[in-house]
Design a protein around this ligand. Structure first.
Ligand SMILES: C[S@@+](CC[C@H](N)C(=O)[O-])C[C@H]1O[C@@H](n2cnc3c(N)ncnc32)[C@H](O)[C@@H]1O
Length: 411
């Protein structure tokens, strides 16, 4: 199958050449789509997240909740404080942020805790795990004055050592996914190959080829999430993605967490909606200058590639690794339960008088963006826990399963 090229292509030619070399050196001259996505996003010199142009924010390709002012971080900081209290105020509490982007979330959380909860701020360790050297450098600049922050890779965190909360916003959607297609009732994998240019003027062209699955883990994944792709509702040509890296990530977090929580925010669905037979083209999307399309073979290294998150897979894999589900809800409800509604109300009543009109409108727009059900407000929020002591479990049992943390109470 040849992928149609769009008119405009802003690919990084060095990256294309590198991917081409990798393809040429691979068996059958093809790489999995997951490998392609990994190189396109995270190649240490030329990958999208290591380019010199900002990827996230108004000047970049997409805006995350962390870029709509400080409110998102501040209400989540209130949730971290409740977690700290439920864990009995341990002196070694850590927040581990995975995939910290440009560092705004960490900065806003830490400034808020310093102002409002100095007793937690005093003992807090804020650990960042960040794969992109360029973004890590930016985070180090933004957070240079805050002493409790450190950067680690997974190997530097001892197993069973973290008491606190692992947190990520829009990390899991950025992990490389395998792509598959159904052919005559069989699950087949989509690989990426390259058409060698016939002369110097021609560009490298990436093409898709279909073959046998690269790993038995793909079949195991569908068992894990109870999806039967051999059911007659799935027609030939149905294609979608499988995020195996997310399962490994979940196992690693569970391994490192001794006692506390994992809070994951991202766009996605439970498995039955993700693999709805009508969603026959999957969820892969490319972001380029605040526009999205579905051709991952143009603008290589200059556009973001993402796939929605299968929250059932995160829940089930977590359970296998000893993580209990505390609750799953939508970002709008979670933030409202944590006080975003009060912030909106006080903006209309009090602050309107002290803010100039432009600042007032900007802040109101930001708060609305965070809870817009068609946008960020519709994101999923999953909280899992490990090693909660008996009295905390009693606290959970007393309230319903969904109400064990403030974020899961009815706003
Ligand atoms: C879509 S951005 C979200 C950034 C930030 N959380 C925010 O809300 O603005 C994804 C982030 O995850 C990072 N990332 C991707 N894969 C990662 C991994 N395996 N480990 C750590 N960070 C990763 C990227 O470099 C980037 O910082």
């Amino acid at each position: 199958m040849t992928v149609q090229q769009l008119d405009m292509d802003d690919s990084n030619s060095e990256l294309c050449a590198l991917i081409c070399e990798r393809i040429a050196a691979s068996p059958q001259r093809r790489i999995t789509f997951a490998k392609y996505m990994d190189l396109a996003l995270y190649h240490p010199q030329h990958g999208y997240y290591n380019s010199d142009r900002p990827s996230i924010g108004k000047q970049g390709d997409f805006i995350t909740s962390s870029h709509w002012g400080a409110d998102f971080a501040e209400v989540l900081a209130d949730q971290f404080v409740e977690m700290w209290e439920l864990l009995d105020r341990p002196f070694n509490f850590a927040i581990v942020e995975m995939g910290a982007g440009r560092g705004n979330f960490a900065e806003n959380v830490l400034q808020y805790l310093q102002r409002q909860y100095p007793d937690l701020f005093q003992i807090l360790e804020y650990i960042i795990i960040e794969v992109s050297p360029v973004l890590q450098a930016e985070q180090r600049q933004v957070l240079a004055d805050i002493k409790c922050v450190k950067w680690c890779n997974w190997d530097e965190i001892i197993n069973n050592s973290i008491v606190g909360c692992f947190f990520s916003n829009e990390l899991v959607d950025a992990l490389p996914v395998h792509q598959f297609i159904l052919e005559q009732g069989q699950v087949r994998e989509i690989y990426v190959a390259a058409e060698i240019p016939k002369n110097e003027q021609e560009e490298i062209k990436f093409v898709e080829v279909v073959g046998e699955v690269s790993t038995p883990k793909i079949a195991e994944y569908f068992d894990l999430v109870s999806i039967d792709l051999s059911a007659s509702v799935y027609g030939d040509g149905y294609r979608s993605e499988v995020n195996l890296v997310a399962l490994d990530w979940m196992s690693t977090v569970a391994q490192k967490l001794q006692r506390g929580y994992l809070l994951t925010i991202d766009y996605g669905y439970p498995a039955h909606r993700y693999y709805n037979p009508r969603r026959s083209e999957g969820t892969l999307q490319c972001y380029y200058h605040h526009r999205y399309h579905n051709n991952p073979y143009i603008n290589v290294g200059r556009q973001d590639l993402t796939a929605h998150v299968n929250f059932t897979a995160l829940e089930r894999q977590g359970e296998l690794c000893g993580l209990d589900v505390v609750g799953f809800t939508q970002q709008a409800l979670f933030l409202m339960a944590l006080g975003l509604g009060d912030r909106l109300a006080s903006l209309s009543t009090n602050d309107a008088e002290v803010l100039d009109v432009a600042t007032f409108l900007r802040r109101r727009e930001a708060l609305h963006q965070l809870i817009d059900p068609m946008g960020l407000g519709g994101f999923g929020v999953l909280v899992q826990s490990k090693g909660l002591r008996e009295e905390e479990k009693v606290h959970e049992a007393k309230l319903s399963r969904r109400e064990s943390l403030k974020g899961f109470t009815v706003p």
